[in-house]
Design a protein around this ligand. Sequence first.
Ligand code: GLC
Ligand code: MN
Ligand code: MN
Length: 395
Amino acid sequence: MDQCGGSYTPEQRRKFFISGPQWAGNYEGHALFHAPTREAIGFEDVIRELGAMGVGHWTTHDSDVIATDDLLTDAQWETVAAINKSLAEHDVKCSMVTCETFHHAVWAGSPAAEAPEVRAYGKTRLENTVDIGHELGAEFAVYWPGTLGYMVQGGIDETETLRWFADGLNAACERDIEVAAKKGRPTLKHCLEAKPFEPQAQIILPTSDAMMAFISSGVLTHPEMVGLNPEYLHELMWGGATRAVLARALLAGKLWHFDINDGYPLKHDVDLGVGLVNPLDWLNVLVLLRTHGYDGPFNLDFKPPRTTSNFGVWKVSFPGAVDRFITLWEIAGEVSEDPVLKEAGEALRAGGTAVGGDLSAVVDANKELLTLHELISHRLFQILIGQHRGRTFSV
Ligand code: GLC
Ligand code: MN
Ligand code: MN
């Protein structure tokens, strides 16, 4: 890594609203067919490492560092106090909390299962996550609901499940309003995260667009408090164009939080580090976000590969992901300023030279103009690899 160069200082990295999840730092390399390859580490280590490298924000599930049995007991507040101490010590802020409603056996039928006692427990966990969020000074709450009871078809009534899921979110928003008022803090931004098929089978709310339809379907008591946390890869997983997904969320004013990573279309949730697979697409995504003034968090929701060591997680994975992101963000700035792209964009918007009602003249004029789309793509590639600055290779 030292020989690679191209890294930023902790001070430079801290200028960005980048957050590091506890679950990414602590990921042990396990999966359905994979035994762990790394040792588990605690929040103290993750927060210390993030602070030292210049990632100024930390995110967590309620159960990442508090054992499920300790949640909703006095013991959880001791851990929360210890987390706050660590955060202060390393100048890191907790930006987001998320409620784990998928891993524990109680969620086998999802947090919106038929059994009232499961839903009652789910609601309590969601409310409790809001309490923890306020205590940690978070601004955002994220919800990835898991399978939502949909392993087989016909076994559940989907409309009922959706209403029950809404009941949980409504409870979280109502608790938030109460706690925020008591603490004199703003309410949290509640962000829904979609994933099309994790862990298995079908899912009721598979995409960010489905989540947006759900937000405006009339079942939420506070739809204005609920927005989106799209994840780059989750949209590729269903074959979507992430940039178009983000554009739709921007139009609706719901793009509040963004999970950044990389991977392959129509494949599993491999959660690779940002820019390792689709750097050009990532550049285009960041151009869109820069153009439209997105100022929310960039959450490093990736998984250091199973082949990387505990040491490598902090020496290679995290700083590599952060620095690729910053580089792509800066290149996106160059794209916005590039004179060739500007001229091409203006020419396209001005339209063809044909005037009047002659349809074939309109077609002809635009036929030439529209070649600029491919020229723009070529130019974006050049900017990505530095060719616009005259970088060539001998043949
Ligand atoms: C799970 C999901 C991840 C999501 C997180 C937040 O870990 O895999 O994508 O961001 O939960 O709830
Ligand atoms: Mn995610
Ligand atoms: Mn993912």
